[in-house]
Write a protein that binds this ligand. Structure first.
Ligand SMILES: C[S@@+](CC[C@H](N)C(=O)[O-])C[C@H]1O[C@@H](n2cnc3c(N)ncnc32)[C@H](O)[C@@H]1O
Length: 205
């Protein structure tokens, strides 16, 4: 059985997380992705890997937001940012083992997280499990390129995923995994996130 547990980041990794807080998470590219993803959420929302909470202002009229984040440093930033016109509840847990009952959420959101989770299929199975029938999974993720670009992503991933970043794998076939995860419908738009191919979409149960 694959190990889906989140591993505590090293000191170098935590330094990279601080860099994400001060530069990466504010980039102008992310603005348009968040704008295409969070406003469509409704009802009771779970955002997995919510990071430092920069997505919070993008949510519209939702009932409550549960922000799932395993990293203590990110949770520190998140707690400072978690003021919103809806209830925000922060849960320190791993997306591969969601501590919620079946069908607990109307919407699950994931932004730049599926490249990092230890087991992509297990995480998507958990997303499905905690969504109510008719619920939606909204996401934006960078994905493996095709052709030569995909070959380059394969070659870079062993080194890249060990770099002091977020354990990110450039060559994850996230679109295929979402399409095979058993959702009733999947709508995906292709885009670029800086130099990386990316997908923005909604999958419905
Ligand atoms: C690139 S950051 C994106 C953060 C945020 N979603 C955003 O768009 O700014 C990836 C996030 O996924 C979180 N993460 C990594 N592994 C995870 C796991 N197994 N379960 C849940 N979150 C995880 C990291 O701690 C980090 O906050």
């Amino acid at each position: 059985m694959p190990d889906t547990r989140y591993r505590r980041p090293s000191r170098l990794h935590r330094w990279a997380i601080a860099g994400w807080e001060h530069r990466g998470s504010r980039s102008r590219w992310l603005h348009s992705y968040r704008d295409a993803t969070m406003p469509g959420a409704s009802g009771r929302v779970l955002e997995i890997g919510i990071g430092n909470g920069r997505s919070i202002p993008y949510y519209g009229d939702i009932t409550a937001l549960v922000g799932l984040e395993p990293d203590a440093r990110q949770i520190d930033y998140l707690r400072r940012r978690a003021t919103a016109p809806f209830l925000v509840h922060i849960v320190a847990a791993d997306a591969g083992r969601l501590p919620f009952r079946d069908g607990a959420f109307d919407t699950v959101v994931s932004a730049l997280v599926q490249c990092t989770v230890p087991d992509l299929e297990a995480t998507l199975a958990e997303v499905r499990r905690v969504l109510r029938p008719g619920g939606q999974f909204r996401f934006f993720e960078h994905v493996r390129g095709s052709g030569l670009e995909g070959t380059l992503h394969n070659a870079l991933t062993p080194l890249w995923s060990r770099a002091p970043g977020l354990g990110c794998r450039l060559n994850r076939r996230i679109e295929d995994a979402i399409r095979s995860a058993g959702f009733r419908s999947v709508e995906i738009r292709h885009a670029r996130l800086a130099t990386l191919p990316a997908i923005i979409g909604v999958a419905r149960l």
